[in-house]
Design a protein around this ligand. Structure first.
Ligand code: ADP
Ligand code: ZN
Length: 817
């Protein structure tokens, strides 16, 4: 009797691949275990066992596997079920889902590059012979491919040996990031406890009467301590008292002042897990009760709570309930890097039970979370993560919270699987018979529509915690300001005035500008030409800091031009503006204030965000300039003013969701203002103060926005009324892209008639030297989605049978965002 396994390979194969195994192997193996297998001429892959059977493949001779790599499955049955749904719904291969799900360290393959971890020194005696051979080879060579190891050891069964070396920390896999974070320590001072009382302070001041500078420092510290009621930094004390830090040091040495450090580090566990949950306010309690009631009948609830209404505390209660009955909770966030604040808050409550799954984590950190979850360890009961954490091995899931559910970054764009984490979360929860809570101050039209149809339960929370008023939003008419010469650079007199007052009162400011860089476009004032990216169909963006022109699509850069390449004139001018320019203008307007910038350029690296967020939280920065990164659920206590530099480039974005997005973005940025006691202020600068969306933002009229946008979606046949599948064609040859897309569109139109749009070139139609062309298939509610996809699959197969078309990359994006 012959035995076979079907395996999932981590590549875009449409079908599972079959290998031959022995009788003994067939008894040992079960789905979810890994095996190493040969593929093609010389490739080795780690594959996942999908099924065990006795049917030989008909189209090819099954090869035998190299080796079994696990004693027990590393992927669970429910995971496989969920992955299958993703693969079928989003039209991609199971292998692609597996790749997205599993840490690289789990999927060694012939192309994986290994190198020695310089930080680990290991005795030869601790290594097995074959391990030592690899270790030694890496003393002479900086890196090896797995295939090189195959020749060094002269055998095919090498992956377990490499796995073992990776586990011992001897090897690094190349894809990993190794940035190490040294916790930042901030130095603070206080009056030494010997001098705390009024009398003792008097005595001290008399003693210091002959050292006036020291005396001044002590006096200043005393006033600062009583007026600020927050830790005082050494540098601030020196500034305020006009003394040098060396005088402060003398006082510390004399035990008059006391120095202490606070570690501003939020990724590590600083929460000890014993903080009591806060008492919910009446409004919060009501909302909480409503959620619980909905969960008795429905599996999904949408919590629509205005910014700073205290949604997180409601989540905390719901999480606690699940932990009490021994269930796991998944807390999904749009972008984990931005939410260290939240991680800290949850760790305060749940301590070690919280596991964070971070896309920027190294392979080993990810493997650890995975293993803890497989073992259903105490350390993995509350999992916080971005979209890919949906793909982890949950054991006993009771609840998924999708925070900021409206965020478009929940949809994976590239590469496949192009899944929407909110939607895939609901499916995952259903597999576990668990519940899903969607939360947002500005729900997506999709979710609010589903709620209004009764598909989801809806809970509204309309008041801010502590009854703080919603910020006062004022629209500033730029056309009028320019006409009356009331502008300095990009700042209206109103904005400058509000900024000045806010700073005088000691509060902080956030300025929002949707673009990074100094100014997006450089234009020749004489012939109007703008320098273009040689690889993409876009203008280059000027980055003043490096005096460079950069392409935001492919990363191409060149030095700033001295003259126009078209006409040779040296009158290049800047058009539009980005965060970098705003930052610079602020520095000129408020020279004594500290300004920081938060955008893609300043936040690279594992802890890029944390550093900026921390220093803003610590009030080392007065004004923070940033892109939409600023919008995502940050809770700053001292921000009183938010300025939106230009609303128009949001509103005019060529996309059917542009208006919805603009509303969400502006409402969210505005929500950063006045989160504690004082009412916040928001200024929105625009050329269209009468635009409906701006009116709705400024009056907090979500429902009005919803109704109006839904109307448009009905009229123009867009989601959530119609579903969309976008098909993109990419090739370096313009004519070939056209032919391919035309052929495909024609086939689609035969079936779906007027519900096929295009093919059309997108606004940026060439990226990295490839031409792009899109077809949009609109699917009415009464048309089966499954049948539609099946039809597209068939067309796709015929398409791929045409030799000329095969080199054209076709990307299918279901529920395109
Ligand atoms: P949201 O997520 O709805 O924008 P948060 O959950 O961040 O709001 O809450 C806003 C602020 O109010 C936070 O600083 C939070 O600590 C505080 N807060 C919310 N609920 C409570 C409560 N019940 N007791 C004390 N403070 C609360
Ligand atoms: Zn480019």
């Amino acid at each position: 009797m012959l035995h076979f396994i079907d395996v999932i390979l981590p590549i875009p194969l449409q079908k599972a691949f079959t290998y031959h195994i022995t009788e003994a192997e067939s008894q040992f193996l079960s789905p979810g275990m890994r095996v190493s297998v040969p593929f093609g001429k010389s490739k080795i892959y780690t594959a996942l066992v999908y099924s065990i059977h006795k049917d030989p493949p008909t189209a090819y001779d099954a090869k035998t596997i190299h080796q079994i790599m696990d004693d027990v499955p590393v992927v669970t049955e429910t995971q496989l079920k969920h992955w299958e749904w993703i693969s079928s719904y989003y039209m991609c291969s199971l292998g692609e889902v597996m790749r997205a799900a599993m840490p690289n360290a789990f999927l060694l393959e012939s192309e994986t590059i290994i190198s020695r971890n310089e930080k680990v020194n290991i005795e030869a005696s601790e290594l097995k012979d074959e391990e030592y051979l690899i270790y030694e080879a890496l003393q002479h060579q900086s890196s090896l491919k797995i295939n090189d190891v195959v020749s060094i050891l002269d055998k095919k069964r090498v992956l377990p040996i490499i796995n073992s070396l990776v586990e011992k920390g001897v090897l690094n896999l190349q894809e990993e990031m190794y940035e190490k974070y040294t916790p930042k320590l901030v130095r603070y001072v206080k009056l030494h406890h010997n001098h705390k009382s009024q009398e003792k302070l008097q005595i001290l001041l008399e003693e210091l009467s002959r050292a006036p500078k020291q005396r001044e420092v002590v006096l200043t510290l005393f006033t600062m301590e009583s007026s600020l009621k927050q830790p005082i930094k050494v540098s601030d004390l020196a500034d305020r008292s006009g003394a040098s830090t060396s005088i402060v040091k003398t006082l510390i040495d004399k035990n008059i002042l006391e120095e202490y450090h606070i570690q501003v580090d939020r990724v590590q566990f600083d929460g000890d897990g014993d903080s009591d949950a806060k008492r919910l306010s009446e409004a919060q309690q009501d909302a909480y009760n409503e959620v619980e009631a909905i969960f008795k009948e429905k599996s999904v609830a949408l919590l629509h709570g205005v910014t700073s209404s205290g949604k997180t505390e409601i989540y905390v209660q719901l999480i606690q309930n699940q932990l009490d009955i021994g269930k796991q909770v998944l807390y999904l966030l749009p972008e984990i890097a931005l939410t260290t604040q939240l991680v800290g808050r949850l760790q305060d409550y749940f301590g070690d039970k919280v596991a964070v799954f971070h896309s920027r984590y190294t392979g080993n950190e990810r493997v650890e979370v995975w293993q803890n979850m497989l073992a259903n360890s105490e350390k993995a009961q509350v999992i916080i993560g971005a979209r890919s954490s949906l793909l982890l091995p949950f054991r006993n899931l009771g609840l998924i919270i999708v925070d900021e559910e409206h965020e478009s970054s929940y949809k994976q764009f590239d590469p496949a699987p192009r899944y929407h984490a909110r939607d895939a979360a609901i499916v995952l929860a259903n597999i576990f018979k668990a519940k899903t809570l969607l939360g947002s101050a500005t729900p997506s039209l999709e979710s609010y529509f589903n709620a209004s149809q009764g598909k989801y339960g809806l809970v509204e929370l309309n008041t801010r915690y502590n009854n703080v008023l919603m910020p006062d939003i004022e629209l500033v008419d730029l056309a009028d300001k320019y006409k009356r010469k009331r502008m300095k650079g990009h700042f209206s007199d109103r904005l400058i005035q509000e900024m000045t007052e806010t700073l005088e009162e000691g509060f902080q400011i956030i300025l929002f500008q949707n673009r990074r860089g100094f100014s997006p476009i450089i234009e020749c004032t004489s012939c109007g030409t703008s320098p273009q990216c040689p690889n993409c169909d876009v203008s280059l963006t000027y980055h003043q800091y490096r005096d460079q022109l950069r392409c935001h699509y492919c990363g191409y850069n060149s030095v700033m031009l001295k003259s126009c390449q078209a006409c040779g004139n040296s009158t290049l001018d800047t058009k539009g503006f980005g965060t970098e320019q705003i930052e610079q203008e602020v520095k000129v307007l408020f020279p004594d204030k500290k300004v920081a910038r938060m955008d893609l350029d300043t936040t690279r690296g594992k802890y890029g965000f944390e550093k900026i967020i921390n220093s803003f939280e610590q009030r080392e920065v007065d004004i923070l300039v940033g892109t939409q990164m600023l919008t995502k659920g940050l809770d700053f206590r001292f921000v009183k003013l938010v300025g939106i530099m230009n609303a128009d480039n949001l509103l005019n974005f060529p996309d059917f969701r542009a208006h919805e997005r603009s509303y969400q973005l502006m409402a969210q940025v505005s929500g950063r203002a006045g989160r504690t006691d004082l009412r916040g202020k928001v200024l929105i600068q625009t050329y269209n103060p009468h635009h409906n969306i701006l009116q709705q933002v400024s009056t907090n009229a979500y429902k009005e926005m919803f109704a109006e946008q839904m109307n448009e979606r009905y009229n123009f046949k867009y989601p959530p009324i119609f579903r969309l599948i976008k098909i993109t064609f990419k090739h370096k040859d313009y004519d070939r892209v056209n032919l391919a897309a035309d052929w495909y569109a024609k086939s689609l139109k035969q079936l779906f008639k007027a519900n096929v749009l295009g093919p059309e070139f997108p606004p940026v139609s060439r990226i990295r030297n490839l031409y792009h062309k899109n077809i949009l298939v609109k699917i009415p509610q009464n048309q089966s989605l499954a049948k539609t996809k099946e039809a597209i699959r068939k067309i796709d197969n015929s398409f791929n049978a045409v030799k000329d078309f095969r080199p054209v990359r076709v990307i299918i994006n279901v529920d395109n965002y």
